[in-house]
Each structure stands twice: as C-alpha cells, then as structure tokens.
Design a binder for this molecule. Structure first.
Ligand code: DHB
Length: 418
C-alpha cells in the first residue's frame, strides 16, 4: 500500500461567512451515480477518503430506469470488491442473446463462442448496492445538494462548494476532483474549450422505453430488426419487463396509449415462427434520445473525468455503465498511485488505458445501432444490405464470435486489450 499524505479527514467549522463546514479529503467526486460511488468504494478499500455529491436525491436516482446488462467482469467486481453479492441472487446470468430479423430469431451463444456471459441486473440495483455499501462503510455521500461550485481545478488545491440538503453550506478541499457527473456533465466544460476536443455523432432516431407488468416473453434478450425499425425485448423481474422500440426523437409519450405501444412492438418482432410478446399494463414510458460523444482530454490539471461525463454511447449493446465502471477501475488505481510517492505523473496512465476501451465501445455501440435500426429514408437497397449484414453476423462463426466478444466485454488486463 503506498503511503498516503496525512489528511485531516475530520470536519471543522470555519469562520468563512459562506461556509459552515470545511472538509479535507484527497478526492472530491462530483456525481454519485454508479461511477462516482464505485470510485469512492474502490478508493476507500485502498485507504483513500473521498466526498461525493449529487444534485439528485437518492430516491430520484433509484427510480430512474436505466440499462440492465452488466459484463461478467463488472458483475464479478461488485462481488469481489465487497460491494454486495445481491447480484448472485437477484441477477440473471445470460449465456446468450437473440438477434431477430426476417421474422426469425438467431441465438448468439456467448458461452460456447467466447466462454463468457453477461448479467441482467438493472443499473438501479447496481446503484442501490453501491449507495448501501457507502452507508455501511461510513462513506461521505451528499445527495440532493444545491448550488454546487467546482473551483480551482487548475491548481493543486481544488475545491467543491455546495449546500447540503439540510441547508448547511460545505466546502470540500481536495487534491483531485473527479467529474463523474453524467452525460450532462458540467465538469467536462472546466477543460478550457481551446484545449479540448469533443467528438460527437447525433442519430436521427430515439428509443421509446417502457416498463410493463407482464411475464417474460423470452428466456434471454431479443434484439430485433424490422423494416419499420428496431425493438429490444429485455426484462426486469418475473412480472415486470423492460422493452424499447425505435421512435422519432421528438415523439411525445402522451401520443402512445398502451394499445398503440403493443401493436408497434408486436409488429416489430412478428414472424413466421409465431413469436409474440406477452402483454400487460404499461407502467412507465420514456423517450430516450441518444448520441455518441467523447471528450479528449479526460484530465485537466487536478480534474479527471469518468464515465458518461467523458463519453456517452448509444444504448444499443448496453456499454455505457460497463464503460463507466471500467473507467473508475483504472482511475482508482491511478489516483492511489498519484497520492503516494509517485505523485502526479501516475495520472498520465489513466487516459490511454481508459480511452482505448472507450473508442472500441464507441465503435461497437455505433455498429450495433446501425446494424439494427432503420435510418429515416432508408431505400430498399439499404434494407436488403442490412439484412445481408445481419446474415453475415449470425451465419458465420467469425460474425457470431465478434458479436459475442464485444457484447460480453474485454478484459481490463490480459487478453487482447493490453
Ligand atoms: C437494456 C438496455 C440496453 O441498452 C441493452 O442493450 C440491453 C438491455 C435494458 O434496459 O434492459
């Protein structure tokens, strides 16, 4: 274990007129979603204290539906780092997935092809486990803060200021600030415009997501392509299912009564094999717009970005949460080294390790998206070509293996990504 600088981790009242409580910690974390909390958890295991803040209340984060697939490595990490083993009881291991087109399903057998699987375990549950673990371990997390300010990130004494939910005004003095504040990150804009590149791609469609009270329609996930557009049949529990279908980015949820939703979903998965979806009352409807985004650099001065704050991917293929968890795995190690005798140069290892996977995942998410969605104005040629590509994926061992390998994730160290 490296020697850490001695920090006064206790809270002291200061005479500063606008600050009630000043706290000194090595790392301040903006954003207490899965990336921020997993980073705090990993740092705590290495003896490094942190404070994490989030504008949202814990209840808001817990009740916002997000993706549902964890790579095997990410699932193992939750258990092995002592967050929780609930995933082993409440999660579902999926050894494959179905690609459906031309009215037929084609199973991609991950286990047989690459010896890996994924876990269906919603992001909301990952968050609950992490938030519970922080509470259990007396970690400092402030949900529902207001008036946050991130200051002095170009110096070696960055600060956070915020008002806690009880009205007290806090200042956190840190050595590093991590921006894990999601796809609408304010931290990312603290990298001066002339020193950053923001790569992005917009898509001319969105996902209409529903939660429905119904039994499962299939044992694993079904990714369906049809001339009318994409549909994804996912799951939550024995009685609640999660499904998505491609829609216009400006679609209004009010225009979609249950009947119209089911008609659309059934048409997207219909085929000669008679596959149909088990229907039930729709409990929740949301339109999810998406885009591909990467910011380079992921570090500026004492500020480091992680997860969606630095990069977002389209949801197809469920890479987002997995990438964020990978970022903080690399970042926790690097921060511990940087706080020890190695100092700042250790931080130089973060971006190359994180970004390589980010661009691979950007490619995979973009590829899965174009493989399965129907672009507005697609010609007959485009649609037939797309089916040709799908056929190349399911009809060749190389194609199936490519999908299986990308979908189940890449190892952090070892394997092909070193
Ligand atoms: C889910 C979301 C995804 O984007 C995906 O690719 C698979 C599953 C989900 O919410 O269950």
């Amino acid at each position: 274990m490296p020697t850490l600088p001695v920090d006064d981790a206790s809270s002291v009242t200061t005479p500063h007129p606008t600050v009630d409580v000043t706290t000194h910690v090595p790392v301040a974390i903006v954003g207490a979603g899965p990336a921020g909390l997993m980073l705090a958890h990993r740092l705590a295991r290495a003896g490094v204290d942190s404070v994490a803040i989030d504008l949202r209340t814990r209840h808001e984060i817990e009740t916002t539906q997000r993706a549902g697939i964890l790579e095997a490595d990410a699932a193992r990490d939750l258990v092995e780092t002592g967050v929780s083993d609930r995933i082993l009881r409440d999660g579902h291991e999926h050894e494959g997935t179905d690609l459906r087109f031309d009215g037929r399903s084609h199973r991609i057998d991950f286990k047989a092809l690459v010896g890996e699987s994924v876990w269906l375990y919603p992001q909301t549950d990952v968050f609950i486990d992490l938030a519970d673990a922080r509470e259990r371990d007396n970690g400092r997390v402030h949900f529902g803060v207001t008036a946050p300010e991130v200051l002095d990130t170009e110096t070696t004494t960055p600060r956070l200021r915020f008002t806690a939910d009880d009205g007290t005004r806090h200042e956190v003095r840190a050595r590093f600030v991590v921006g894990a504040d999601g796809s609408r990150s304010v931290c990312r804009d603290l990298v001066p415009a002339q020193h950053r590149t923001q790569y992005f791609r917009e898509y001319p469609f969105a996902w209409f997501g529903i939660l429905a009270q119904a039994p499962r329609s299939a044992p694993e996930l079904v990714y369906a392509q049809s001339p009318d557009g994409f549909a994804l049949i996912s799951q939550r529990t024995d009685t609640v299912q999660r499904m998505y279908f491609q829609c216009d980015p400006d679609e209004a949820t009010d225009a979609w009564p249950d009947e119209r939703i089911w008609e659309t979903l059934q048409a997207r998965v219909a085929g000669g094999d008679g596959f149909t979806l088990a229907e039930g009352p729709v409990l929740e409807k949301t339109v999810l717009r998406f885009r591909s985004f990467v910011q380079d650099p992921m570090r500026w001065g004492s500020l480091v970005l992680a997860g969606d704050a630095a990069h977002t991917v389209p949801p197809t293929g469920a890479r987002g949460l997995n990438l964020a968890l990978h970022d903080v795995k690399v970042l926790a190690d690097v921060l511990v080294r940087a706080l020890g005798p190695e100092g700042d140069p250790a931080l130089d290892d973060y971006q190359p390790q994180a970004l390589r996977r980010v661009w691979r995942a950007q490619n995979f998410s973009w590829w899965m998206t174009q493989l399965l969605h129907t672009a507005p104005g697609a010609t007959d040629f485009d649609l037939r070509r797309q089916v040709g590509e799908l056929d190349n994926v399911v009809g060749t061992r190389a194609g199936r293996t490519y999908l299986a390998e990308q979908y189940t994730g890449w190892p952090t160290r070892g394997g092909d990504l070193t």
